[in-house]
Design a protein around this ligand. Sequence first.
Ligand code: ATP
Length: 435
Amino acid sequence: MIYIKPVPFLIYRKRTLDGDTAGRIRPDLMLIGIDDTDSHEGMCTTYLGALLAARLRDAGFLVTSMTLARLNPNARYKTRGNAAVCIETDAGEKGFEIACGLVGELADLSCDNTNPGVAMSESPLPSWFYKKAVTGFLTIEEAFVFLDENGAVYRGWKNKRGLIGAAAALSASFGDTTYELLAYRHHEDKGERDVDRESIFLAEKMTYPHTWDSVDPENRVVVCVPHTPDPVIYGIRGESPEWVEKAASYIISEEPFITALYRTNQGTDAHLIDARIGDMKEDRSYRTKGIVSSNPATGEGGHVSFNLLDEQGASVRCMAYEPVKGFRDIVRALIPGDIVTVCGSFKGGSINLEKIEVVSLAEKTEVHPPVCTCGKRMTSAGSGKGYKCRRCGEKSGEHGIILVERTISTGRYEVPPVARRHLSKPLVRDGLFDS
Ligand code: ATP
C-alpha cells in the first residue's frame, strides 16, 4: 500500500453568473463541456475531464476550474450517475481540438449507448438549459438549437446525444456548490481496487461533517470506492477543496494515475422540484407535503409503502425499497394522519423516497376494555356483550381508548449513505429542505 497525498493542481475562482461575461476575470478563458463517453465496460466522463486538464496543462495552457454537473438522475440513457463535465481554460480552439482528440481516443464508441458530445463557448451559457437537464428532459434537437443560438462550437459522435449533457455543462450554474476529489487508476486497469478500508473510515471520522458519504457507518460499508469497471479508485465529497483534500490525505490506496478536484452540484438537491401531487410528471424528482393516508405496508422483497394525500385531494404512493435499509423503520412508524414532506423521484406512479420530514404526528390510540369505577380494568363479557368488572360485577358497553406513545418524533430523516443519490442533499448539510 502506498500513502498518497493528493496534490491539488487547480486554481479556483468564482464562476460568473448566467451567461454574464462582464464579471469575468479572464475574458480569454473558454469553457469546454463534455458528456457521454463511458459504457458499462469502462471509462468515465469525469476521468476524461481529468485527462483533458492534464493534457492542457502539459501543453502550457491554464485550467482555471473543473465542474462536474450531475443531471436528471432518471434520464433514460445514463450509464451510471449521469455526469457531465465542464473545463475552463485559456486554450481556445486548441483546447477544443485536444478534447475531441481525447474523446476519439478514449470514448467507448463501440457501445450503442455511448454517443459523445463536446461543446465549447466563450462564457457560461444561459442556465435554463442546465436547470431543465437536471430537473427534466431535453432532446438532441434542443441541444443543437441552444448551442447554435449561443454561438457555441460543438462536435457530436454517432447520434450525438452527449451534446445534451455537454450543453448542460456549459450552462451549469449552481446556487449551492460542493466539491469532490476523485482519484483514478489507468482506464485499462479493471481489477480489484487496492484501497485500505479502515483508512477511509478514519478519513470520514477526521473530517465529517465537512466531508460526507465516504462510508456508511451504520451499515459498515465503504461508499466512496466503486465496484464498477471504471477508472475511479475513490471519490471524496465535501464542502470545500481543503476538506476533501484533508480527507484524502488519510486514505491509503494504490497510487492514483491521476487526481481531479471538481466543483459539483452533488448533495445540493438541485434535482428537486416543489410541486403538488397532481402536477407530478414521470421521471422527475419532487418535494411535496401531504398527510399519510394509509398504514405503511411491507411488501415482497421488504419494500415499505404508504399513501400520501394532499390538500387538493390527490394521492400518491411513497416507496422505501430494501436498499434504503433502516430508513424503512422510520417509514413503518408512520400512521394515517401524520403530516410529512417527502422528497424523491416520481417513477411508475410512485415517489421513491430519498428524505422525509415528519412535520406533525397524529395521535395513536388503541382500544382497550374500560376501567371500572372501582379502579379495576374490565374484561370482555362475551362476544357482542360489552365489558364486565370481575371484581364488582359492573357492566359497560363503552370502549376504553388508550393513547399510545409514538416510536417516531417530528424531524427529518434520510436514506443511509449507501443508498443516497448523487444529487440528494445529506441532512448533515443542514438547511436541507430548502434548496
Ligand atoms: P458518463 O460518465 O459518460 O457521463 P453517465 O452515467 O453520466 O456516464 P452518460 O453515458 O453520459 O451517463 O449518458 C447520459 C446521456 O443522457 C448523455 O447522452 C446525456 O447527454 C443525456 N442526458 C443527460 N441528461 C439528460 C436529460 N435531462 N434529458 C435528456 N438527455 C439527457
